[in-house]
Write a protein that binds this ligand. Structure first.
Ligand code: HEC
Length: 288
């Protein structure tokens, strides 16, 4: 139920800012991602003055994992001062949603981790390494990118004492209406080397790529006993695959629920490849 309420709220905002003819903010993020606890975060919905921090992580990267206590602490402080919202992001195409959920539960992560199943956030920010932090200010502009702090001079070269807390300092300056300085630092960690999205070896599957889109954008009406034909499971989506990939929705408020061009391309590629189901371990349906 909570999911549907959030979706409805996001779409109202989408209409106000991203509607036809209106230029989107420089770094608009017109999509939603589900965190590993099953909560949907509409990424274009910014309250006034809201700053967001996205830190790209990967389960297999020791430096990223080693930063979790620092990020937990920053998250606690940001919650106390109300300065910004911190999200972890997992975009690794070789990690399933279930594996990520188990991993970050074991690491006692306190901040929400977005599961970037189709790499929309990764494509937008293009992190070079994990961990790398991106700070988006209230106007949607990128205000800082880079390392969390200077704990690592290079891989294998750890400082005795951390002297710069780049991410926390950037947020402090933004809070005081100043530009972060430095606004960019070199992240140290594991290089991000994922297969390009436009290559054939990139898999587009129902559970990983399609189910989240149908869930966020369509399920409010297109579900069992909803106001339109059912799209709420693999079999239903396959039955309607051609229709949803090629025909625009006829629904009443559907303009606000339109798929982004990226989501449309996912539907088309999925259809072209024979609508593969993929791994149920990626399914957002059984999110916790
Ligand atoms: C606010 C409700 C609502 C939402 C959200 C919605 N739809 Fe619809 N949609 C409808 C209704 C109502 C119809 C017409 C009744 C029917 O065909 O069952 C419809 C019809 C359609 C049709 C048939 C169009 C035709 O010409 O045959 C397609 C395809 C479709 N929707 C796809 C989608 C997809 C994909 C999404 C999500 C990206 C979506 N819709 C989101 C309500 C909605």
């Amino acid at each position: 139920m909570r999911i549907f309420v959030l979706v409805a709220w996001c779409c109202t905002w989408g209409l106000a800012t991203g509607g036809e003819g209106l230029a989107p903010p420089e770094k608009s993020l017109p999509f939603s991602l589900m965190d590993l606890d099953g909560k949907v975060h509409p990424l274009d919905c910014q309250g006034p003055g809201e700053i967001r921090v996205f830190v790209f992580l990967a389960t297999e990267c020791p430096i990223a994992n080693g930063n979790i206590p620092t990020l937990n602490q920053l998250h606690r402080e940001l919650g106390r001062t109300g300065t910004a919202k911190l999200f972890g992001v997992v975009s690794d195409p070789f990690t399933t949603r279930d594996e990520a959920a188990r991993h970050y539960r074991d690491y006692q992560t306190r901040f929400p981790i977005l599961f970037d199943s189709s790499r929309q956030l990764c494509e937008r920010f293009q992190p070079s390494h994990v961990p790398e932090a991106f700070v988006v200010d209230a106007t949607g502009r990128l205000a800082y990118r880079g390392a969390i702090d200077n704990a690592w001079e290079a891989v294998g070269k750890r400082r005795q004492v951390v002297t710069r807390h780049y991410l926390a300092e950037a947020l402090e300056r933004l809070r005081a209406n100043q530009t972060p300085n430095p606004a960019r630092t070199q992240p140290v960690g594991c290089p991000v080397e994922y297969p390009p999205l436009d290559r054939p070896e990139r898999a587009v599957t129902y559970h990983r790529d399609i189910a989240p889109v149908l869930l966020f954008r369509c399920a409010e009406c297109h579900r069992e006993k909803g106001t339109a034909f059912d799209l709420s499971g693999l079999e239903q989506a396959k039955l309607q695959g051609k229709r949803i990939a090629t025909t625009p929705c006829k629904g009443p408020t559907a303009a606000t629920r339109q798929c982004t061009p990226f989501e449309k391309s996912l539907l088309q590629v999925w259809l072209d490849r024979g609508m593969p189901p993929g791994d149920t371990a990626d399914s957002p349906g059984k999110a916790r």
